[in-house]
Design a protein around this ligand. Structure first.
Ligand code: FAD
Length: 438
């Protein structure tokens, strides 16, 4: 017997609303980096998993994927930590990534404009092969989706199907109903169809529609900065070194890119230039030549200066954190729960840690014969992740404020701080390990 709450008037007219059973045990909305990873991580959980996204499955044939390697770079890249790498290994995706363009970077130099503070990190010092790996977003999504397509194929001959994909449909509304004493959420999509499950996990990104529909409270603020992202080519090779320079108007990062799957060394970098709004508008209005010259100057001619840059993209920087990650049978993960300043490249890595925590709690719940929507199970996930995510956001905020426009005394202290970090090798190694997530 199914009890239905009244539908909001914006809902499409649907005749299948009454007693349709759940399509799966757990429905993940958003098949981006975090949602697709979570679906694959839940493979052996014993739960029936649904994955829904407004986009299509990005699983090209091998020849298409190879052809794409010759094309331009995706302007959005991520720096994956060792912990994220381990998770991707576990779900059978890392081996695909290492065949595609990926750059394990071995050195990182951080310094600032107004002062002499500088710190260098080196993978050798902490006995690791790299400090992290820079990979284009679209490369990771393609590898994840290819693995999902393989799983669909593998389960064709299996008796029990654990995975269902609902691609190419966008969530418009949700409706809470109750079925046999269990909560059931029905999502109404733009194609007029519905998908329902007792547990919904929102991995639908920073502008999460589900978060807004459910009415999760958030704390959010504008940084008053915009980030410009593009790909550049420098005159000299990057030597697998990442650079971060703190300018008085905001941080600028060069992230080294691989030329091909087996050639991590090269001349291309992805850049993220975060700047106060007025400065960012100025930079966006520049000709390519003027932009390259300003960029070379801002990075003090690193890697021999910038000789070419691709189309520039800009967006406003906003920090956002949901006050709770769980409301009833709806859970937030990844950017839907938290978006942070890109200066430390931690965004997706925090999302991957959310994946590990929610997957472990759901598996623990199955072992204890609890339902996936059991508040005890979900609250444990929230408890595990809210503190660490907030701590990382606080750290980024501190960095951003500490390196912004500051009085001379603060700048002096800050430089002494950076120098101390650079001189005290134990502290430097500890920071490198923290960034690596080990
Ligand atoms: C400039 C920049 C640089 C960054 N650099 C780094 C870095 O170096 N390292 C790092 O760790 N992170 C970095 N990040 C952050 C990182 O990109 C994000 O944290 C990550 O993409 C979040 O993944 P997600 O899966 O939570 O969300 P998304 O990647 O945004 O995926 C959301 C998915 O949900 C789908 N969706 C949305 N709405 C709906 C709907 N209504 N119905 C159905 N589907 C829907 C979308 O199609 C999409 O597939 C950076 C971010 C920026 C902006």
């Amino acid at each position: 017997m199914s009890k239905s709450k009244p539908l909001p008037s914006a809902l499409p007219d649907s005749s299948e609303i009454s007693a349709a059973p759940a399509d799966c045990d757990v429905l993940i909305v958003g098949a981006g980096l975090v949602g697709a990873t979570l679906a694959l991580r839940l493979r052996d959980s014993g739960l029936r998993v649904g994955l829904l996204d407004k986009g299509a499955l990005q699983a090209p044939s091998v020849s298409d994927a190879l052809a794409r390697q010759d094309q331009s770079f995706d302007p959005r890249v991520v720096a994956l930590t060792a912990q994220s790498q381990q998770l991707l290994e576990r779900i059978g995706v890392w081996s695909k990534l290492t065949q595609a363009r990926h750059c394990p970077y071995t050195q990182m130099r951080v310094w600032e404009q107004d002062g002499t503070g500088e710190v260098e990190f080196n993978a050798e010092e902490i006995y690791e092969p790299s400090l992290g790996t820079i990979i284009e977003n679209s490369v990771i999504v393609t590898a994840l989706h290819t693995r999902l397509a393989e799983c669909l194929h593998e389960q064709e001959s299996a008796r029990a199907k654990w995975l269902t994909l609902f691609m190419g449909r966008s969530v418009l509304q949700l409706e809470q109903v109750e079925q046999a004493g269990r909560p059931l959420t029905r999502l109404h999509c733009d194609d007029g169809r519905t998908v329902s499950a007792p547990l919904i996990i929102a991995a639908d990104g920073g502008n999460s529609r589900l978060r807004d529909l459910v009415g999760f409270e958030t704390r959010e603020w504008d940084y008053g900065q915009k980030a410009i992202v593009t790909t550049i080519r420098t005159r000299k090779m990057h030597d697998r070194t990442a650079l971060q320079r703190f300018l008085s108007t905001g941080p600028l990062a060069f992230l080294p890119l691989a030329e091909s799957g087996d050639k991590p060394q090269g001349h291309h970098c992805s850049i993220v230039w975060s700047a106060d709004d007025a400065r960012a508008d100025e930079l966006m209005a520049c000709s390519d030549q003027a932009f390259n010259a300003q960029l070379s100057r801002a990075m003090e001619g690193a890697f021999g200066g910038v000789e070419w840059s691709d189309t520039r993209y800009v967006f406003s920087l906003r920090q956002r954190h949901a006050k709770h990650y769980v409301q009833g049978n709806i859970v937030l993960v990844g950017d839907a729960a938290h978006t942070i300043h890109p200066l430390a490249g931690q965004g997706v890595n925090l999302g991957m840690l959310d994946v590990v925590a929610i997957a472990e709690e759901l598996e623990g719940g199955v072992a204890a014969r609890r339902r996936p929507e059991d508040p005890l199970v979900l609250r444990r996930y929230q408890r595990r992740r809210i503190g660490p995510n907030l701590a990382m956001m606080g750290l980024m905020e501190g960095f951003k404020r500490g390196f912004g426009e500051q009085p001379v005394a603060v700048r002096w202290l800050r430089n002494v701080g950076l120098h101390s970090v650079n001189r005290v090798s134990a502290l430097r190694k500890a920071l490198a390990r923290r960034a690596l997530g080990t």
